[in-house]
Design a protein around this ligand. Sequence first.
Ligand code: F6R
Ligand code: MG
Ligand code: MG
Length: 373
Amino acid sequence: MPEKTTISIIKCDVGSLVGHHTVPEPLLNVGEKNLQEAQKSGIINSHYVFHAGDDLELLMVHQKGEGNPEIHKLAWDTFQEAAKKALDLKLYGAGQDILKTAFSGNVRGMGPGVAEMEIEERGSDPIVVFAADKTEPGAFNYPMFRIFADPFNTAGLVIDPAISGGFKFEVLDVLENKRAVLKCPEEMYELIALIGTPSRYLISHVRRAKDDLVCAATSTTRLSLIAGKYVGKDDPVSIVRCQHGLPALGEVLAPFMHSYFVEGWMRGSHWGPLMPVGLKDARCTLFDGPPRIVALGFQAAHGKIACDDEGKPMISDLFSDPSFDLARREAVENAVSLRRMGEFEPARLGAGEMEYTTLPKVLEKLKGRFTKA
Ligand code: F6R
Ligand code: MG
Ligand code: MG
């Protein structure tokens, strides 16, 4: 049996330039240096280092399976080293997401976000990795539903016999730490009833119903629940497989034709429009946003990312395409409309979902001032 291929995307906010907006070159260089060494010594087969806003993103392809301690340690050590560099440079929020100091074999639950997928490579395996900043894992609920369950998005659900039979969605209840699997189209309404509350119910995996082929994996850590207090939004990452009996690349990208609203943005406490951008625009500026998402496409081939003649991984920066200009324009227009409302809901999140709040202090200050109405 051929060896399986694992795609791991592990990310962390190790500190950023000028507030929480971008990861500067020296930190990316730490990632590149460490992953190059790891590749030379055979720990990983391929890598790509990039950033989404203030998050350093390590994309690694290897044959060690999901949750492998060696791979997780590599990421953890790289984040520690980059955080130290950020500290030396007095960059902002150095080490923000590194919550625990001793590594325990797996970065899950320690601060960094992780999505991993072990696959048996098909004849050709096109993959998309998404990374978003200034939002949370529930931001993927809407596009995952549209990609794998909505016939108005994915033509293949209607006209490709190879896709027939639908998809199974694994939904995680992050409050109660429980999971359930719902099958579409049969349980579509129940699925929407849950994932329409993206702060609590997250789609963690999608599998093809007829053979359980894994099609999507999303990071599901919630930093706020790990730390027990606000330590930053847990900006999410996700891996999606496409084509040949799965949604086509264009169907995977179609939900981003329009901007949609996600939780996060300024101080993790606002609804904001998600803006699909190319790598060069993966910097959060306006009101610390708007929340942004990048999409990188590649081929998984022989346990690696397929490379060009010089041995460089061939990565396509999918949202750099002008087809997404409309969504970007909508995102700016919606951002401007929401900001007119200042700190009035629904621009601001409801009290339970805000990551920063002075409400208890305000209530304390006004204690005794409330009389029976
Ligand atoms: C949200 C985010 C930023 C910060 C904001 C305040 O995820 O990273 O919007 O919350 O810039 O940052 P501090 O509290 O560090 O001044
Ligand atoms: Mg930050
Ligand atoms: Mg971030």
